[in-house]
Design a protein around this ligand. Structure first.
Ligand SMILES: C[S@@+](CC[C@H](N)C(=O)[O-])C[C@H]1O[C@@H](n2cnc3c(N)ncnc32)[C@H](O)[C@@H]1O
Ligand code: SF4
Length: 441
């Protein structure tokens, strides 16, 4: 088949995906996604030469279970379990740290979940003590960040977080509409104005997570929430389309937005945010103009900094391998996995992952560069010694035909249409090996 025929064939496929509103779901946010992981023995020597890292801590505990959520979390926990879990996480850190030839330079720290503020705040002190004892070097721009549920945080907790060194919190707001909040099982009272006041008092930077496509949510109710939150001037927004709508939890729901409707709504909130003081960082991330606090960990990941995941269910990525402990979306059995993580030596746990090679790393570079809006061909060349245009002529040719990218000098950038379909653009770079392992959730 000639190059032109291949480009035309892929171009038609992309056009069809756009016309039918096809969306892979959340899986495109990382490459390769976890569906491509298989049980494997991980050689931790892959960390030996690494200098700069992101640290991601997974805190798999929540106080309630939101209807849409398939994250690895359990409700079955108490403070004693949390303390044992964090001791184990600290051991996990020491174990991997011993493989580093030189002290690691920590560029970002993110506590994610689950709900990190559902455990006693003192435990975070222990984590930072462990890092200091492990001789890590904290990068000067480090902005330790924590995902929190704003309904269950108070001033003493926030003050301690600030004392420990947390500088940015990401608040899982989702929606301000009470009826909608009830329907997704977020029934606790939320006083976002008071929480924001307290966070500002302690100089915390703020991100709001909001979701669109929730059961019964309309463009109007979503935009009402977004406009109200813009008034609070958070440094960043994460705006997520509901994923997993094909999974069993939504089977009986007929009042969910279609993917086409979600794409239409994207245009509406993209215009609103970009006309009201925010720049688009990626299709799901927006940043207030002219300030520094940003989605640090995501950006460094897009730029290629390896991430060391700590805790049960935390993913680790370096150039040689991606891996995690056993992972489940089923909250009822998550506790078994957590118990196993606490009881066993980390080195004896069964891990699941994906071996990377140069071709897969190149694909990852393309996908992550487009998540940031553009690929710098010079940077690509410096890294791999080849030209992206020559490595991916079919993919780039087809994206160009669909007006999803434009090429100028050394930059290959997403067009406005490309921004909207970033997930689709990313999926075009999946290798056959990864594509064949995909099954929709
Ligand atoms: C770990 S949670 C944030 C912290 C905290 N657990 C909370 O919900 O308040 C990460 C974010 O992922 C998003 N999220 C979770 N499940 C999702 C889904 N099925 N589709 C889209 N976004 C989802 C939500 O916006 C959520 O705030
Ligand atoms: S969205 Fe957050 S609070 Fe809700 S179940 Fe998922 S992790 Fe827990």
């Amino acid at each position: 088949m000639s190059l032109e025929t291949k480009i035309n064939a892929l171009s038609k496929k992309i056009d069809k995906m756009i016309q039918t509103g096809f969306w892979y779901g959340f899986v495109v946010g990382m490459y390769p996604s976890q569906f491509a992981y298989k049980s494997m023995n991980v050689d931790f020597n892959s960390w030996r030469k690494v200098r700069e890292v992101n640290l991601y801590y997974h805190i798999p505990f929540c106080k309630w279970k939101c209807s849409y959520c398939t994250f690895f979390m359990t409700l079955n926990h108490d403070d004693e379990l949390s303390a044992k879990y964090i001791d184990k996480v600290n051991e996990h850190f020491h174990f991997i740290n011993s493989y580093f030839e030189k002290p690691m330079i920590v560029k970002s720290i993110c506590f994610g979940g689950g709900t990190p503020n559902s455990i006693p705040v003192d435990l975070y002190e222990k984590i930072f003590d462990t890092l200091r004892k492990g001789n890590v070097i904290f990068h000067e721009d480090l902005e330790p960040s924590m995902e929190i549920s704003p309904e269950i945080i108070d001033e003493p907790y926030i003050k301690r977080l600030a004392d420990i060194g947390i500088k940015r919190v990401s608040l899982g707001v989702q929606s301000l509409k009470e009826e909608l909040r009830n329907s997704i099982n977020r029934k606790e009272n939320l006083n976002i104005y008071d929480i924001v006041d307290i966070l500002r008092k302690y100089n915390m930077n703020i991100n709001f997570d909001v979701m669109y496509g929730l059961e019964g949510q309309t463009e109007e109710t979503f935009m009402d929430t977004l406009k109200e939150l813009v008034k609070l001037a958070p440094e960043t927004f994460s705006v997520y389309p509901l994923a997993g709508s094909k999974s069993s939890m939504f089977k009986k729901k007929d009042n969910l937005m279609t993917t086409k409707e979600k794409y239409q709504l994207f245009d509406v909130f993209y215009d609103y945010l970009t006309n009201n003081g925010y720049d688009c960082e990626s299709h799901v991330k927006f940043i207030k103009k002219n300030q520094h606090s940003t989605h640090q960990q995501k950006i460094y990941e897009y730029q290629g900094t390896p991430t060391l995941g700590l805790g049960c269910g935390a993913r680790s990525y370096n150039e040689q391998v991606h891996y995690t402990t056993a992972y489940t979306k089923n909250g009822l059995i998550a506790r078994n996995f957590i118990d196993e993580y606490i009881e066993k030596d980390y080195k004896d746990l069964q891990l699941y992952g994906f071996e990377m090679n140069e071709d897969e790393n190149k694909r990852r570079t393309m996908i992550y560069a487009f998540f940031m809006g553009k690929l710098d061909r010079k940077i690509y060349f410096e890294k791999y010694g080849t030209d992206a245009l020559k490595d991916f002529p079919v993919e780039l040719g087809a994206l160009l035909q669909n007006d999803l990218i434009e090429i100028a000098d050394n930059e290959i950038s997403l067009t406005r249409k490309g921004r909207k379909y970033t997930d689709l653009v990313g999926s075009i770079f999946w290798s056959e090996r990864v594509e064949n392992m995909y099954s929709p959730i």
